[in-house]
Design a protein around this ligand. Structure first.
Ligand SMILES: [Zn+2]
Length: 363
């Protein structure tokens, strides 16, 4: 069993709140759409890939530019050639930014949303949906159906799960809207994203304590996959141990020495988390045991009181290993869901009005 990561799909958590502020008086730079391009788009019919390949040369937003691989002035040969380039100096961009562009008979429309409305728990895609609804209602109502394309860019793919069950995930809302916009106006939707955010997260996998212990025993014995011990986790465990309790049993004249020994013990363990080369659980346990052995030697009269301190390292290693196992399971699960999403069009008899593509990022 291999617990290494080989998939390109990564899991991205969607924070529900943030203190990030949007600067006032932000100037939006509208994309330049030439008449020639519009004609060229129309002659290509409604093939979403061809239309997206035409867009990057001209698509620039305050926080991102969509470029065509090696040559920003050239044409992309495939979707893999497209890259989001995030402007480093743009503070307002977030991983949840989204934007939309519609190049249609009745003009060009674009709208960008750099971050969610955290207080209202409103994701950027929902704001985009509202903007498109308003635009289509104002510009295409009661007209003959047009075979136009709505291109939506998101950094993280639209979510498929919300913490609050009463809020419908953005991906489902987009599916519904795409069908509605297609029925009412003839439009199709193309979604381009950089990182896939799947519905499976570490909390989805609910192991019992017994299962965790069995899984960890197996991983410790047989896996050669290196892991990194989380230094924050180790620090937290140190804080949870009440050192004063331990020091209270130490005679006054030794207190200072014991304090120094404990400080060195903590530093030695923290140093183990900073080793550049990741180690297996077995190697990490052995290294930790050496540090614990040193402490036992200098504090041999307090063996009973040392038990919680000795356990700290092994608990942190175990917790980091379990996190790694869960990350592998979630990445594989989400990857399968993504494949299903991409391939579902080939299983449907009617042409689906929504297509989803992953494109790369160039920071
Ligand atoms: Zn969402």
């Amino acid at each position: 069993m291999d617990f290494g990561f080989s998939r390109s799909v990564s899991i991205v958590e969607l924070p529900e709140s943030s203190s990030q502020q949007v600067p006032e008086n932000r100037e939006a730079i509208p994309p330049t759409i030439s008449t020639e391009l519009r004609i060229s788009l129309k002659t290509k019919g409604h093939d979403p890939i061809q239309i997206c390949l035409e867009l990057p040369e001209i698509y620039t937003l305050p926080w991102l530019t969509l470029t065509t691989g090696q040559n920003p002035c050239g044409s992309a040969k495939s979707l893999e050639d497209l890259k989001f380039q995030y402007h480093k100096d743009c503070k307002e961009k977030t991983n949840q930014c989204a934007s939309v562009i519609i190049v249609g008979e009745n003009g060009t429309f674009n709208h960008e949303v750099p971050k969610p409305l955290y207080e209202e728990k409103k994701h950027t895609e929902v704001i985009i949906i509202e903007a498109v609804d308003k635009y289509l209602d104002g510009n295409y109502k009661n007209q003959r159906r047009k075979e136009e394309i709505i291109v939506i860019f998101t950094y993280n793919s639209p979510c498929m799960k919300r913490e609050k069950k009463s809020i419908e995930p953005c991906m489902f809302q987009l599916f519904k809207k795409a069908h509605q916009w297609n029925r009412d106006y003839g439009f199709s939707v193309v979604i381009l994203f950089t990182k896939f955010w799947g519905p499976i997260g570490p909390n989805t996998i609910k192991f019992t304590e017994v299962e965790i212990n069995q899984l960890y025993s197996w991983f410790r014995e047989f896996s050669n996959v290196p892991i990194q011990v989380d230094s924050k986790e180790l620090c937290k465990r140190f804080k949870d141990i009440k050192q004063n309790q331990l020091l209270s049993v130490v005679p006054k004249e030794y207190k200072e020495k014991v304090r120094c020994d404990l400080k060195k013990f903590k530093k030695d363990l923290m140093d183990l988390t900073e080793i550049k080369q990741p180690l297996t659980v077995k190697q990490l346990s052995e290294n930790g045991e050496e540090v614990i052995g040193n402490l036992r030697q200098v504090m041999c009269y307090f063996s009973e009181e040392l038990v919680p301190l000795s356990n700290i390292w092994h608990e942190a290693v175990k917790s980091s290993a379990v996190k790694r196992i869960k990350a592998k399971i979630t990445a594989d699960g989400n990857s399968e869901i993504f494949k299903f999403l991409q391939n579902r069009e080939s299983t449907s008899q009617n042409r689906d009005p929504i297509s989803i593509y992953q494109i790369s990022q160039n920071l």
